[in-house]
Write a protein that binds this ligand. Structure first.
Ligand code: SF4
Ligand code: SF4
Length: 518
């Protein structure tokens, strides 16, 4: 029998404190299996356990709008919670779902059962790996889990009615989710019960449907229960920890940006961010910080991996990562040890940039595909520029060409490229990019340099890889269409904002191209 409790509207810290109390108390056998309903007031932006606040949250916006910031005890990505959402969570022994042994199986089973509950409300809901419940491709509930001994805390959000503007502005763009089914705007990526049903259903009806789904899908029996005095005492002890900046910001302070090489590795199972300090002379890893929206159990395995990799010779990375995952019992959701190796190697590949005289910050603004930096510099004969960096009023904005009128820096980029003998093309959208790369490959182009925002690069990295042409992408400056939530306009070639090239860096790169071709 599973006890149901409802803690009502609480702050972010209070809700996080309850999570930790209930998980630990269940692991110690003090409380029975429990289903908790929770609400948040004031609104809160919550990072996943392994994420960094500055990377995921727009701190200034949250401060201005009275949105709290906190850290979950579960992995996964950042979420925004306001009064229009219902949180639900199961704190139970793994034995309560005997057919599921792994984190992946538990996640799938609970999500499918919760989706059944939404089907009772008349919705076409289903489980979408790795951890969402969706209605026709649009997310209505995100979930996450934490484990302690033989017990799990599995939590989900249910969007009843919510403030989309707050959600978009409080969280940094979850780029890793943009490419799913080509949904181009935040509005298209999420939905709510109000939108689907045409009205906000009574909360009790929603809860009953969810409980019915969990009963049918998992064989659970539920019974209304109460919070005990012992739990309340534990909650009061825990609260100050969840209110502390050590908890919210995390104790692993990111290194100073100019000292480190970064990388982002995206897979269906999650996004891994790497910050690594390297001793260039000794070719060793000094320190490494691994963050992201992944699910890993035990959670301290990431800290152990970071410690294990200190002082590792860069050439031994693969072997060391492999040995770590073989030696330690680690559960991952949708990722493998190979993904962690690839993410770190991606950052270490940038050592080549430092050897060519680029600073670590400059190296972070560049990404090479299908070849090493040296190969690209030796063979490059094409420069691709984004239309969004051209002056919005310019007659060449939506076509190739530039008469170098001096009104925007595209003219200088054209002049530089032409003086080095490179052909220049303006990319209008994703399809145009794919066509251009195919055509240029057929025409005998050997390698290219391109400029685009890092969001586009991340979202379209498969296209850059599949094109098969070696290419170096240089990040552009300024607010991108993603940050302005104008991806759809940009996709249609109608983005009116102007972005700026990193002209100094482009010049430095092009100078190396000339030098090597001479
Ligand atoms: S420099 Fe080129 S792209 Fe920029 S406004 Fe002038 S003609 Fe247009
Ligand atoms: S800001 Fe938008 S339009 Fe410009 S390169 Fe990025 S995705 Fe393309």
């Amino acid at each position: 029998m599973i006890r149901i409790i409802d803690t009502g509207f609480l702050s972010g810290a209070e809700n996080m404190a309850w999570d930790e109390v209930l998980l630990k108390a269940r692991a110690e056998g003090i409380i029975p299996d429990t289903l908790r309903y929770l609400r948040f007031s004031p609104p809160v932006a919550l990072v996943g356990f392994h994420q960094t606040v500055a990377e995921e949250i727009r701190i200034e916006y949250c401060r201005q709008e009275g949105i709290e910031i906190n850290r979950r005890i579960t992995g996964g990505g950042a979420v925004f919670f306001d009064e229009g959402q219902l949180g639900w969570e199961l704190i139970a022994s793994r034995k309560s779902i005997p057919t599921c042994l792994t984190m992946e199986e538990i996640t799938a089973a609970i999500c499918r059962a919760a989706a059944r509950g939404l089907q009772i409300l008349g919705l076409d809901a289903g489980f979408r790996p790795r951890n969402d419940i969706e209605i026709q491709g649009r997310k209505i509930s995100g979930t996450g889990a934490a484990f302690e001994a033989d017990v799990f805390l599995f939590q989900g959000t249910l969007l009843i009615d919510f403030n989309l503007e707050h959600l978009i502005k409080a969280l940094r763009i979850p780029i890793e989710k943009l490419s799913h089914r080509e949904l181009t705007s935040a509005r298209e990526r999420v939905t709510s019960l109000k939108e689907q049903l045409g009205e906000i259903p009574p909360l009790e009806k929603v809860k009953k449907a969810l409980e019915k789904g969990l009963s049918t899908g998992l064989g659970f029996q539920f019974k209304q229960g109460r919070i005990t005095k012992e739990e309340e005492a534990l909650f009061r002890q825990k609260l100050s920890k969840m209110q502390s900046s050590e908890w919210i910001q995390g104790t692993r302070i990111p290194f100073r940006p100019q000292e480190v090489l970064h990388s982002i590795h995206k897979e269906d199972g999650g996004l891994i961010r790497i910050a690594v300090r390297v001793d260039l002379k000794k070719e060793r890893i000094k320190d490494i910080l691994i963050t992201g929206d992944f699910f890993i159990h035990p959670q301290r395995a990431i800290y152990d991996l970071e410690t294990d990799l200190k002082n590792t010779p860069t050439r031994e990375l693969h072997q060391r990562v492999d040995a770590f995952f073989k030696k330690n019992w680690v559960e991952l959701l949708g990722l493998s040890s190979e993904d962690f190796y690839r993410a770190i190697q991606l950052a270490l590949d940038k050592i080549d940039y430092a050897h060519l005289g680029f600073t670590f910050s400059e190296a972070d603004w560049m990404t090479a595909f299908n070849g090493t930096l040296n190969e690209i510099l030796e063979q490059c004969d094409l420069l691709l520029l984004p239309y969004c960096s051209k002056l919005p009023e310019c007659e060449y904005r939506y076509k190739n060409g530039c008469v170098q009128c001096g009104l925007c820096m595209i003219g200088e980029a054209f002049a530089l490229a032409e003086s080095k003998g490179l052909k220049v093309m303006t990319i209008q959208n994703y399809e145009h990019l794919v066509e251009t790369l195919e055509q240029e490959k057929r025409n005998g182009t050997r390698a290219y340099i391109g400029c685009c925002c890092d969001a586009f690069q991340l979202k379209r990295q498969e296209a850059f890889k599949e094109a098969g042409l070696p290419g170096l992408l240089i990040d552009i400056e300024n607010t991108t269409c993603y940050e302005l939530n104008q991806e759809k306009e940009a996709y249609l070639g109608q983005f009116q904002h102007q972005t700026y090239l990193r002209l100094g860096l482009l010049e430095k790169v092009l100078n190396l191209v000339t030098h090597r071709q001479r």
